[in-house]
Design a protein. Structure first.
Length: 253
């Protein structure tokens, strides 16, 4: 199957996704200022020209479904998640929504996190396999968050492991994968090559100094990445639309 399912999230073959699953994954302290309000984030995504929005089920249900936003920006519904309360030694992101319900809420893709290196890795690999098949049956894209985290991982930013994670995403049939920055343009290019026909976007990660963050985007863009899924580095910024324009200038120029 080709990458037609991911086309709704691309502009000039690039993706600029606004991620907003932080309330579950990190807690309300990650949602500084106006970003506690989902309507503010959805409005920001539209005004900023983002090619997609990433939401958990509850926000998709209460703020996106049957709202004006449903016709303004395509939705990636995150269908698994975990809290930041449990120990992080061997994380497992649990299914919280069916692919069928994501479709009902207007999503054009589902997102699923896999923690490679966790003792519960096998469960997540198996679940994603079934999710990917169901998503394709419903004409939806399946996007995998390929993160290295667990008792078998010493360094989640290890370039070789990130390349391995990218390859696993391809082998699992993901239409797009989200991976961490591997530290250099050269190593990120290698990860993209390992992913083959699976699209690769950068996970925006924790808040960075603006200059460092933009340099990272230049690096992954030069390496051939499809784009970035960004959250805190935009909505925790003093001027979210201003930083958005700087990101777009790098990606779309």
């Amino acid at each position: 199957m080709d990458n037609k399912l991911i086309q709704p999230f691309l502009k000039n073959n690039k993706a600029l996704l606004l991620a907003y699953d932080h309330g579950m994954e990190l807690g309300p302290e990650a949602l500084t200022g106006k970003s506690m309000d989902p309507d503010y984030i959805l409005d920001l995504a539209v005004k900023g020209g983002y090619t997609g929005i990433i939401l958990q089920k509850g926000i998709g249900e209460k703020y996106y479904w049957n709202s004006k936003y449903q016709k303004m920006i395509p939705l990636i519904l995150k269908i698994n998640g975990k809290t930041n309360i449990v120990p992080k030694k061997d994380p497992c992101s649990t299914i919280t929504c069916s692919v069928e319900y994501a479709k009902k809420l207007g999503a054009k893709a589902v997102g699923y996190t896999i923690y490679l290196g966790s003792s519960q890795e096998a469960k997540m690999l198996s679940e994603f396999g079934q999710i990917q098949e169901k998503a394709h049956q419903l004409n939806m894209a399946a996007i995998a968050w390929m993160y290295l985290r667990g008792s078998s991982v010493e360094n989640e930013y290890d370039p070789d492991l990130i390349t391995y994670a990218a390859r696993i995403g391809l082998e699992l049939g993901a239409d797009m994968i989200k991976i961490k920055y591997s530290g250099s343009e050269e190593s990120f290019r290698k990860a993209i090559q390992a992913a083959g026909k699976t699209k690769v976007v950068l996970s925006g990660g924790s808040k960075l100094e603006e200059e460092k963050f933009l340099e990272m985007i230049k690096s992954i863009n030069n390496a051939g990445a499809t784009g970035i899924a960004v959250g805190r580095n935009v909505f925790q910024h003093q001027n979210p639309l201003e930083i958005t324009e700087k990101i777009k200038k790098i990606l779309f120029s």
